[in-house]
Ligand binder design. Structure first.
Ligand SMILES: Nc1ncnc2c1ncn2[C@@H]1O[C@H](COP(=O)(O)OP(=O)(O)OP(=O)(O)O)[C@@H](O)[C@H]1O
Length: 302
């Protein structure tokens, strides 16, 4: 379990984390999402004691990370996969970590097998591809068989096989009852990996929610409407305040009215409908809607 209480971090005049409070529960994958610069990495760094909060607190299993006697057994962390001694082999890197943390040497081979790096374990880590480096970082995070796992953007640089592998791994760790917090700026990936989402923007909590609740809450949705007289339908719905987009196929995508309201409007005008399908907002749409004001750099549509 990870608990944040009014966590705040300022860098000079920049408020990177702004009064964040949340609990990350065991037994599920929690996705930590936010646009660039939202404060995800800073929050994770504070959770594992690499940065000090300006105010507020972060605890892991009830205590600040630094006060755990064997932190690597408690918390596994992947923050920056490139933070490896380039001249050392993957095996040597893990061995050094195991030795300095009093972990059995046999565990090194175990985690190498878990991440599929046995064949290249003796190669210099500096020669690893980005995907191999990510796997080595994940191996290091799992070395102490921790009950809490924190991974910052673990799928960066992975090919589709690698992405699937990380997803399966995270789900497996959660099903063993571990607490799994994984940051990403890819909602599409979190939609298939996470059970629960924490979304932040400009250091503040925007949502602490399950996936379905998020879609319902943001309320972005549209209705597909089809009928033999799309022109008349279009005009009628616009008059009733809906936003209507006519697709090439003759279907209308309508937002601003529920499917029930559209049905009533059409019946009132004696317009025949052959389709009336509410479309749930995609998670991507819900996420963009929620974080729209928190995006650091916005392109201007021309
Ligand atoms: N050491 C630092 N000194 C000054 N400002 C910092 C420092 N670290 C982070 N920041 C600022 O704090 C804010 C949050 O940054 P952070 O890296 O935590 O965001 P993030 O959500 O992880 O973003 P990204 O997805 O781009 O990695 C940004 O405005 C960043 O510029």
């Amino acid at each position: 379990m990870i608990e944040l209480d009014a966590l705040t971090k300022k860098f000079g005049g920049t408020v990177a984390v702004d009064g964040l409070s949340f609990t990350v529960k065991p037994g599920q994958v929690t996705g930590f999402l936010g646009p660039n610069g939202a404060g995800k990495s800073t929050t994770m760094r504070i959770i594992v004691g690499l940065d000090r909060p300006t105010s507020g607190s972060a605890t892991v299993n009830g205590r600040p990370f630094a006060s755990h006697r064997a932190p690597l057994r408690e918390v596994g962390v992947l923050l920056d996969a490139s933070a490896v001694h380039k001249g050392r082999s993957g095996y040597a890197h893990l061995l050094a970590l195991a030795r300095t943390h009093g972990l059995p040497v046999s565990r090194v081979e175990e985690v190498l097998a878990m991440v599929g790096l046995q064949d290249v374990a003796r190669r210099r880590a500096g020669r690893y591809s980005l995907g191999m480096a990510q796997r080595l970082g994940i191996a290091a995070a799992l070395l102490g068989d921790p009950s809490v796992v924190l991974l910052d953007e673990p799928i960066n640089g992975l090919d589709p096989d690698g992405v699937l592998w990380v997803r399966t791994l995270l789900r497996g760790l959660a099903s063993e009852g571990r607490t799994v917090l994984v940051s990403s700026h890819l909602m599409s990936e979190m939609a298939v990996t996470a059970d629960h989402l924490l979304i932040i923007g400009r250091g503040r909590l925007l949502a602490d929610t399950g996936l379905d609740e998020l879609i319902a809450r943001v309320g972005v949705g549209s209705v597909l409407v089809r009928g033999p007289d799309p022109g008349a339908l279009h005009e009628t719905l616009v008059r009733r305040g809906a936003t209507v987009v006519a697709e090439d196929t003759g279907t209308l995508t309508v937002s601003g009215l529920t499917s029930a309201e559209i049905g009533e409007v059409a019946a009132g005008r004696r317009l025949v409908l052959s389709e009336l399908t509410p479309r749930r907002a995609s998670l991507e749409e819900a996420y963009m809607e929620l974080t729209r004001d928190a995006v650091e750099y916005q392109g201007v549509a021309r």
